[in-house]
Design a protein around this ligand. Structure first.
Ligand code: GTQ
Length: 380
């Protein structure tokens, strides 16, 4: 058996060598995809008109006690797992009917809500109810107890953003169910809005040195008013229009440590210039209609649609009416570790060459069994 072949040894010796490395659970780095690995996340759009009837069907067919959260995930067809919108984030639609409660639990993943329709439901975070209205941006920081309830008389639907894939990639995922349906209410309703919702004014006597914002609900009325006031003064960013970040009022940092969250206003007819950056982003259309061009493809959007611009993809937006986007990305994480990178398109006055329209993709084959599951998995 030849074990020492010298440089450029015979093929059969190399095969033997690779086999020996494999037997000890090793691999030559040059045999792997290594740094050539490309992202899997595809640019994609999920139409609300497709999902809304299915959410109501889910509400009729799947009891909330069974589902724990009655949620339909928007699964990126480029990603092998069956429930991710990007490599690091989830984008889910949750429905809750009048009188229902989605029981209390907590997890080391953080969550956010962007309310789509209905009023009268709340998210309770560590014993404080925050009542939700369309366009509100609601935070559920990591490891806080949270349940949802609907005290109103209409179904309520919102977009859930979570950083679960990111947390799972670091193997830091923890999950716990509370011992009762709801965590006890210990604070007045909407207390955090009164304490921390003052915009540039922060309370001096509070020491809040957590990783996340203490403000649980950024009301849409206030966000919209701020955006409109800014629009009287400026065109804002050439790439994103009048665009603001939801911040932690105590630090000026991101509202959630792992997810950067933004609202953008675009005037009717505005056509932004293309750029690309790291930080795969999920956009939700709060208001308006138009289209975005992502890596040369046209994605038409209407109110309440959700779409993904993956990391390092060229994108520009064209608002056909006044449009407001909510967006979130992992850029809070990548910026903090020096991985943020951005480039503006120089040629053609900053506009991409159009190569065609987005077409929905066939549903990919995923790991056997994954799509057949009919009931939620049992958890410890
Ligand atoms: O509302 O707590 O979409 O735990 C996925 C997991 C929502 C929630 C989701 C969750 C929640």
């Amino acid at each position: 058996m030849a074990t020492d072949t010298g440089p450029g040894g015979k093929m059969e010796d190399l095969d033997l060598f690779y086999e020996q490395v494999k037997q000890v659970h090793g691999r030559g780095l040059w045999q792997t995809e290594g740094t050539a690995k490309k992202t899997a996340t595809l640019p994609y759009i999920w139409k609300y008109q497709d999902f809304r009837p299915l959410l109501f069907k889910a509400a009729a067919m799947v009891p909330i006690e069974l589902a724990e959260r009655r949620v339909l995930v928007m699964a990126n067809p480029g990603i092998t797992s069956d429930w991710q919108a990007t490599s690091t984030l989830l984008a889910n639609l949750q429905i809750i009917l009048p009188g229902e409660v989605a029981r209390s639990h907590r997890h080391s993943a953080s969550a956010l809500r962007l309310v789509i329709e209905g009023t009268g439901a709340y998210t309770a975070v560590d014993g404080e109810k925050s009542f939700m209205e369309p366009g509100d941006f609601v935070t559920t920081p990591n490891w806080t107890w949270h349940d949802h309830g609907n005290d109103g008389d209409q179904a309520m639907i919102w977009l859930d953003g979570l950083d679960v894939p990111l947390v799972q990639a670091t193997e830091a995922m923890f999950y716990e169910v509370y011992g009762a349906e709801q965590y006890p209410i210990v604070n007045p309703d909407d207390m955090s809005i009164r304490l921390y919702g003052g915009g540039a004014l922060k309370p001096t006597w509070v020491k809040h040195n957590q990783y996340f914002s203490p403000l649980l609900n950024y009301k849409f009325a206030k966000t919209y008013e701020t955006l409109k006031a800014m629009a009287e003064q400026t065109d804002g960013s050439p790439h994103d229009g009048i665009s603001v970040e939801y911040t932690n009022p105590m630090t000026g940092g991101p509202a959630l440590a792992t997810m950067s969250c933004f609202a953008s206003l675009m005037a009717p007819g505005l056509h932004t210039k293309a750029h690309r950056h790291t930080g795969g982003t999920i956009y939700h259309v709060i208001k308006g209609k138009g289209h975005s061009v992502i890596n040369g493809k046209v994605f038409r959007w209407d109110e309440k649609d959700t779409f993904v611009v993956p990391s390092w993809h060229w994108h520009e937006h064209h608002a056909e009416s006044e449009a407001v986007f909510f967006s979130y990305s992992d850029s809070a994480v990548i910026t903090s570790v020096g991985l943020y990178r951005e480039e503006a398109l120089e040629e053609n006055n900053g506009h991409q060459k159009i190569e065609g329209n987005f077409e929905p993709l066939p549903v990919p084959e995923r790991a056997a069994g994954v799509q057949q599951r009919r009931e939620p998995p049992k958890r410890d």
